[in-house]
Design a protein around this ligand. Structure first.
Ligand code: NDP
Ligand code: OXD
Length: 318
């Protein structure tokens, strides 16, 4: 089968498919893209997915590869009926840069007391606080030293922060103190002032941002109690525990980009907590303009017989 004979399924929910479709038409004008398996299920060779409807990838006898339209793939595993074909995820300089911008923005905002100054401005309070910790006095710890965590770690190092990281297996990054595995978590937590979570959501990491973790962090540092920034997934966090840790002074502030339920329900107390910064799962959006040409390039190299890149480990689920 040649590339032009093969049909591609775009299976997305919660995102507007039109812009993906029009970028595909530009990048691969000879390929047929369908939004529905109806009448095409015998021809579909690839599926591009974001939160596909459960079961919608079954019954496609020619399906060879599933491409996640995001870096995370928990949205695929959420569906318990997925065919046994390789799953490829997004690894892209565009996405990585967006995430590092977000991490640097939030780390600097907390480091430079942004929450406090915005609250003072709202009340027209001029309170000169001369105590400003230097970046080299602050340790930023990154949970997840993968594609995104590594890049953010390097950018934070360049800003002068002390940086540490935690991963499943040992990862070595120049200038970054590495910890790994369940045994390494305790040492990692002991020393962090700002924790940035860039973990995938897997059976092992679910609910990891909990009171058990916060209780292992130091009580006082240059910013007061530690700060938590989660741009990984909402399922990593226990939201009642985060609120309790803030109210008990175990965490001094929190930035959350991701939530257990998205959109975050209007009834959530997180919306109005003075020490919580909320962004709407916008840390690193998948840009169709940047990502479609990269996916098409992967399809073309695969059809030339080259191995697929960025294949997900199905046992580990990331
Ligand atoms: P990678 O797969 O490259 O990296 C994942 C990292 O997490 C690795 O360092 C891995 O360890 C570590 N890890 C996984 N499981 C465990 C565990 N049980 N214990 C300790 N460490 C673990 O992923 P990316 O960096 O590309 O992306 C990370 C996540 O960011 C995505 O899965 C997604 O959920 C989220 N994301 C959020 C976005 C947003 O807009 N909010 C946008 C894009 C991504 P090891 O190195 O040993 O494999
Ligand atoms: C992703 C995301 O996983 O946008 O890429 O959350």
């Amino acid at each position: 089968m040649t590339g032009s004979d093969s049909t591609i399924l775009l299976a997305v929910t919660g995102w507007d498919p039109d812009v993906w479709q029009s970028e595909f038409a530009k990048a691969a004008p000879g390929r047929k893209l369908v939004l529905d398996t109806k009448d095409a299920n015998e021809k579909i060779r690839y599926a591009l997915v974001w939160k596909q409807r459960p079961g919608s990838l079954m019954g496609l006898p020619k399906l060879e590869v599933i491409f996640s339209l995001g870096a995370g793939v928990d949205h695929i595993f959420h569906d318990h009926q997925i065919p046994d074909v390789p799953i490829v995820r997004i690894v892209s300089p565009d996405l990585t840069m967006r995430m590092s911008e977000y991490v640097v923005w939030q780390v600097l905002d907390h480091h430079r007391l942004g929450l406090r100054y915005r609250q003072q401005q709202a009340q027209k309070v001029w309170h000169e606080d001369r105590r400003q910790p230097a970046a080299h006095e602050v340790t930023v710890g990154i949970l997840g030293l993968g594609v995104l965590g590594r890049d953010a770690a390097q950018k934070l190092r360049n800003l002068g922060f002390r940086v540490s990281g935690w991963s499943r297996r040992l990862q070595t990054i120049e200038g970054v103190t590495s910890h790994f595995g369940k045994d390494g978590l305790k040492d990692f937590l002991r020393d962090v002032d700002i924790v940035v979570c860039l973990l995938p959501l897997t059976p092992e990491t679910k609910g990891i941002l909990s009171m058990t973790m916060f209780a292992q962090m130091k009580a006082e540092g240059p910013l007061g109690a530690p700060v938590l920034i989660n741009a990984g997934r909402g399922g990593l966090q226990n939201e009642p525990d985060i609120l309790a840790a803030l109210d008990r002074g175990m965490l001094s502030a929190v930035t959350l980009d991701v939530f257990k339920t998205e959109p975050l329900p209007k009834t959530s107390p997180l919306w109005t907590h003075p020490q919580v910064v909320i962004t709407p799962h916008a840390a690193a959006s998948s840009s169709p303009q940047a990502l479609v040409p990269e996916i098409v390039a992967q399809l073309e190299s695969y059809e030339r017989g080259e191995p697929l890149k960025n294949i997900v480990d199905k046992a580990a689920q990331y």
